[in-house]
Design a protein around this ligand. Sequence first.
Ligand code: KG4
Ligand code: ZN
Length: 344
Amino acid sequence: MIEKQEGDIVILAIESSCDETAAAVVKNGRDVLSNVISSQIELHKLYGGVVPEIASRKHIEKINQVIEEALKEADVTLDDLDAIAVTYGPGLVGALLVGVAEAKAISYAKKLPLVGVHHIEGHISANYIEHVDLEPPFLCLIVSGGHTHLVIVKDYGEFEILGRTRDDAAGEAFDKVARAIGLGYPGGPKIDKLSQEGDENAIVFPKAKVADGPYDFSFSGVKSAVLNYLNKCKMQKETIVQADVAASFQKAVVDVLVENTLRAAKEMNMDKIALAGGVASNQALRRGMKEACEKAGIAFYYPSPILCTDNAAMIGAAAYYEYKKGTRHGWNLNAVPNLKLGEH
Ligand code: KG4
Ligand code: ZN
């Protein structure tokens, strides 16, 4: 049994928007009592990417088990909870629906408040868990497999989107380039690792600037440049040094992410920058951002890798602040695959 003080809010959070079935118990937004993740990566590897239908079926199979484990690890029962939180968008509709239906069932059966959470708000909130001093306002760069957003977090749950990708998400570009150089899925961590043995200045790939969106990103150009480079090498029978291609591609992506973010911080007078999303684990990105922030006198925050990729602890953190603001959803809550940040 956990010790609950007067005013403590204990939330069971569920995340199933893509290929991780996850549940967590979080106290007062920043105290993670359990964080259970069942990853489907091995299953989707066979197909070189996430297969939505398989993801939904696997979520159904795993979700009860994952929730039971999260409750057990946190040493709580459903009776100790103050609310149920769930990611309801954006994401794969069939995958989201599994978590949403589960959360609604528990909320209905136990008469507990239901708080629907935006997946990106969750990624951003992962930063609150390990940085107890971090409070809005701050600038956040969210880089994941499905999203690339540069956002001012004005207050808890209040966002101003400065920029976003016009085409591929950063993680998507990592995954596609990894596939092209034969590294397999998911490519981000593999490119990260291989880059350490490569020369990042070996090949100059273009760094896309978006003319009419100073903080927007575009990664399809650099991805195509890598594909063209690989084709050219094959046609001219030149040896392809995988590690050099990986490191040079990574540099092109990281440089743009760091440049845009630092420019936004200066122009918007932000003295704190946070990273979020799966690509926030990237070592070159962390290093590049850290150096640039140190130079500019800006405080820099990033979550541990386990809190960067999809997990439910981040959903519990976001849900706490939404709960405190009075956000409640009814049992008619539905999955919203293209949910906009800041919408409820
Ligand atoms: O946040 P996430 O788990 O799922 C989405 O919400 O999309 O992000 C997954 C993405 C994948 O594209 C994966 O390749 C990328 O994050 N990723 C990385 C690294 N670790 C994961 N990309 C670059 N470097 C990494 N170390
Ligand atoms: Zn995510």
